[in-house]
Design a protein around this ligand. Sequence first.
Ligand code: NAD
Length: 428
Amino acid sequence: MSNGAHPTDPIYSDPVFQMAKRQFEIISDHLEIPHDRRERIIYPKRAISVALPIQRDDGSVDVFHGYRVQHHLAVGPTKGGTRYAANLTIGECAALAIWMSWKCALTGLPYGGAKGGIRVDPHTLSLHELEVLSRRYMQEMIPFVSPHTDVMAPDMGTNEQIMGWFMDTYSVHVGCAMGEIVTGKPVALGGLPGRREATGRGVIFLIERALDHLKIKPSECTAIVQGFGNVGSVTACGLAFKSGMKIVGISDHTVSLYDPKGIDVGAADRHVAQHGVLRDFPQGERVEARDFLTLPCDVLVPAAVERVITEENAGKLRCRILAEAANGPTTPDADEILNQRWDEIFVIPDILCNSGGVIVSYFEWVQDLQNFLWSDIETTDRLYRILDTAFTAVIKRSKEQKIPHRMAALAIGVERVMAARLARGLFP
Ligand code: NAD
């Protein structure tokens, strides 16, 4: 890095941002990107922090903090999820925005990456408080977003309803219904029927593609899924009911459950729909969260938070495929270990593995802009074609250059972002 104006800024000293930056440095060295170009590619264009005062149900006033980071706008609007989490930081949003940029470039979508959210545990709010806080967040973001500047979507802790409130707040401001300001909306507002399931469906498609590549039958496989929210539950149910796998482990932030004979994930899904969490689900042996990812299985799917596969447990993983449904589940130190185990563990890197969500979000945005609706079959067919092209490109590059899958995926993404930024030139 060149003159070092930024590194002491708290955004950039955040550990998740540091992880994204370290990954970028490794790729930059591999691609031999000149040092004076690197800062321009890695640092986000805009990082917005807003204070969000709301009146609680008991009449008191609380101030929450919201963020949005837009990485680059070289090819179109930025695109990315909105996360509600008690420990959210602007640096984490910056890292997630950067990963979104590589992901959109890898899959050929005309977007830069963004990410944002509110530092709040949504479970501590009443429905009314959640609505007021969500509307206030979008209100504060209005100067910085538009269907051609930045398009939000759900992520951890947010859902279709929150996207509906975002759309309504923005639409009231502009004076007409503007569905294209967010994706992952309720179907009644122009959302796509399969958007909620899209990320998990993409994960399943890519796992099946990897198994086919390795000449392993899905029906003979066992799987462990960490996280039982939107992505994790859809993935676990799809692997069980569509691919025919035995799901031997599921977990969420309250409990980790393991049963080598198999867990009824349909029942777990109904349990979570009713109770919100897995905590009292009466199947499987309760295991320590720190031991969960190293239990034996064929397919391991981290579908919760960042940095769960570290130098501590990477050498102990006992899976054949690591399908990274979450963003940033594997640290660069763990990667070094996994790179040495490349013939044992087939990694489907996050920017490929969970890209189904943003691909279907793109379809939703395009249809909203054109007021032209596609059929469900058309949407799914196009999703699988894009995923297949990206998967093939990653495997090809990995083989040709004898580099790990993550490096191949990131190299393709970074190269495309760099090409776009260079072609735009430097203004003034
Ligand atoms: P969600 O809020 O619906 O679910 C998150 C799940 O993870 C919950 O079951 C929660 O209990 C669990 N969890 C949280 N902390 C945990 C921990 N320490 N250990 C075990 N489980 C834990 O979120 P989601 O939308 O399913 O997102 C999950 C991951 O997938 C995130 O990394 C997100 O960025 C990524 N992702 C989501 C989408 C999408 O479309 N929703 C798209 C791409 C990537």
